[in-house]
Write a protein that binds this ligand. Structure first.
Ligand code: ZN
Length: 192
């Protein structure tokens, strides 16, 4: 039976811990597989685009992502359900874009963060198989946000211009139309 876990809110020390790598045997254990199921269920329950294990009080290197008609981020391109274990992200090139981010651990606040537009992703999947692929554009922003959590970082740390900070309501009222235009340009250039 899956359990909806409680989500750590900004100020919880676990959000500032560096998550530890997951061992092969530990990953294969029924207990750990059930934990991954809980993370997926918790992400979906909260309408998150992603969730990192630190956010449910377990500082281990696992994050999950999924985007498909997300009500929090209606403009985000789809991401199929993805589980990354022990992920390493390497930027490809130096192109960046401005991403308006929010976080399940930072209630009612959004801000603009600079993200690499293209990444190499190396990780294990939930069955312990090695993954090695590239992601681009808005999707690459989501990957960087989730893997930052595993390093004890929050998007707040990367907001260069504090005047971009807004609530979800003021985002909708004053920022969303412009940002949607920017998202369209990123998707046109990077394909996602
Ligand atoms: Zn987050």
């Amino acid at each position: 039976m899956t359990v909806i876990r409680s989500i750590a809110q900004v100020g919880e020390p676990v959000l500032r811990e560096r998550a530890r790598p997951v061992g092969e045997q530990e990953l294969a254990s029924p207990r750990f597989q059930a934990f991954i199921d809980d993370m997926v269920a918790t992400m979906r329950h909260a309408n998150g685009a992603g969730l990192a294990a630190n956010q449910v009080f377990e500082p281990v290197q696992v994050c999950v992502m999924e985007v498909d008609g997300n009500p929090r981020y209606p403009y985000k391109p789809k991401i199929p359900l993805t589980v990354l274990v022990n992920p390493v992200l390497t930027p490809i090139g130096e192109s960046t874009f401005a991403n308006y981010e929010g976080c399940l651990s930072v209630p009612n606040l959004r801000g603009v963060v600079s993200r690499f537009a293209q990444l190499r992703v190396q990780a294990l999947d939930r069955d312990g198989r090695a993954l090695d692929f590239e992601v681009r554009g808005i999707t690459a922003g989501t990957y960087q946000h989730e893997v930052d959590h595993l390093h004890g970082a929050l998007f707040l740390d990367r907001v260069d211009d504090p005047t971009t900070l807004c609530t979800w309501e003021t985002f909708r009222r004053h920022r969303e139309a412009d940002f949607r235009t920017q998202v369209e340009a990123v998707v046109a250039r990077w394909g996602s």
